[in-house]
Design a protein around this ligand. Sequence first.
Ligand code: NAP
Length: 252
Amino acid sequence: MSTESRVAIVTGAAQGIGAATAERLAQDGHAVAVVDLKEDNCADTVARITKAGGNALAVGADVSDSDAVEQAVARVADVLGPPTILVNNAGVTRDNLLFKMTEVDWDTVMGVHLRGSFLMSKAAQAHMTAAKWGRIVNLSSTSALGNRGQANYSAAKAGLQGFTKTLAIELGKFGITVNAIAPGFIATEMTKATAERVGVAWEDYKKGAAAQIPVARVGAPEDIANAVSFFTGDAAGFVSGQVLYVAGGPKA
Ligand code: NAP
């Protein structure tokens, strides 16, 4: 079954998993809004998509800011057309053990992952329900199963799984599917920053992670982009409310 050309929004798409996902969705034939905190930071992703013959728009927006989200989604609809694919990928970590975790650490992580996904989904679903077709993919994590030093992040990522299942129930009748992907260790700036914080050289950190992963390697952003491509395609129309662990094994 081939996939029709649509308009997709990928948040946090300046780098890492979001950038690879934006590029993959462009290869799939969709026009892609590359959303990140600063519009300038989206330029590289947009340039790679354009060079490959795709259609992309850079949009600066903080997904935890409701006015910014409203404006961003409206601009995408004006310039590219009504968005019917949304990938809630923007993310931050503020790791610390519970007794050292500040309220700001907690609120920041909840703000980007949960509030951000809520605001983006609420704004985008208006276009999807009108089109009677839509795809929402939320980025969870194996950390949802629990991870030392990540009380805030694991709570947010577990929360996104409940959010996913509820939206799947509410929006299904409009032809909208909602799924979550829970990556294990993916080599990006996020994991690189963790290596720096714990004082382990990046190559050693990846080697240590790979030793714990059944397929004996760490993940690449493209591993996640492939899963997003499946969930957002026409062929996945009967798959909704699912959480797919993409972690090189049953868990990382
Ligand atoms: P990344 O390289 O740090 O990229 C995340 C992007 O999101 C950055 O460009 C960041 O911008 C942007 N962002 C942060 N806050 C934002 C906001 N409020 N509004 C808009 N954009 C914002 O991270 P990644 O590794 O690609 O991770 C992507 C997603 O996958 C995240 O949700 C993450 O939690 C999840 N994940 C990653 C892994 C992994 O191993 N890497 C594993 C499981 C799940 P700035 O750089 O300017 O902050």
